[in-house]
Unconditional design. Structure first.
Lengths: 176, 176
């Protein structure tokens, strides 16, 4: 599955109001704790990959994110499996190392084929992510156009191309 | 969790009969397909570790097995998480490589604190595994004594110390 998304720094109150005016519907609101892992023998910062274990209540989800595509920085392969049990212990036994824990309160809104997330991220601030799913590289352009159109309508101007992990590392570990 | 187990080559028909005479109860019978993976940068054959994805019906279980303990070859650390979705794709994206697919029909019997598995393994033959769980290294000796006592009562004499993966590799890939 290709995930196409764009993140913006924004005031969530205003965006929420605009979204509801447009007829978007709140799907759910939850706290998410994302633990990012470093690979035992690849430097994910170099390869632009990520491995994340997301816990939300009793749900556990493991996601691998491939490198952002050269043709389009907003698109990347995402593979996800849901899990139960001590996934982190299995990963650590395999040599993966925790590099960051990112906590956020997230509201998911649905707007046509798009998912809009209003994120209040601990230590990083407030962001809006607009996401579409593309089944092929060809449909990435289409998804991107839908994202841009909605961003425009919501008055989102401050694009952030870094991932939350990159933002976290730049602030808390003096990384890139 | 420390897994303590011993495997024996045996005629399943005879062992089943003995088990039922002893009052053991059949817990379940199922087909299991185990896919073993090689680590992207560690040689599991050298480190004596294993990563296995077991599918049985719609259940998916991911297990990491640590090296067999020096003090006692029958005991090793086992970490397990249940999963849903394309776990294999996530592992392959992370650089893990499939090295073996082992199919078996397994009957699980419960006998006091022990679990007895009657395994008909495709291409490898018939085996009985007796397993106990030990919470600490100290209780491993006790678990081992229980396993030996039951093996004796079941007339199991042909101990097999190799794992199914090792047996598989020795037959199908000319490995150790």
């Amino acid at each position: 599955m290709l995930e196409v998304e764009q993140k913006y720094r924004a005031d969530l109150g205003k965006v929420r109001e605009e979204l509801l005016k447009l007829g978007a519907s709140l799907v759910e609101a939850k706290e998410e704790v994302d633990v990012y892992f470093q690979h035992p023998c690849r430097d994910f910062a170099e390869t632009d990959e990520a491995l994340r274990v997301r816990r939300s209540g009793s749900d556990v989800e493991v996601s691998y994110k491939g490198p952002r595509m050269r043709s389009n920085a907003k698109a990347r392969l995402e593979l996800t499996a849901s899990a139960e049990g001590d996934v982190e212990a299995v990963l650590e036994a395999l040599g993966f190392k925790k590099v960051a824990v990112i906590k956020k309160r997230r509201e998911y809104y649905s707007y046509g084929p798009l998912t809009v997330s209003l994120d209040d991220v601990e230590g990083l601030g407030q962001f809006v992510e607009i996401e579409a799913v593309a089944s092929s590289e060809r449909s990435v352009g289409e998804a991107e156009a839908e994202i841009s159109a909605l961003a425009e309508r919501l008055g989102l101007r401050e694009r952030v191309d870094a991932t939350y992990l990159e933002l976290y590392l730049s602030i808390f570990k003096g990384g890139v």
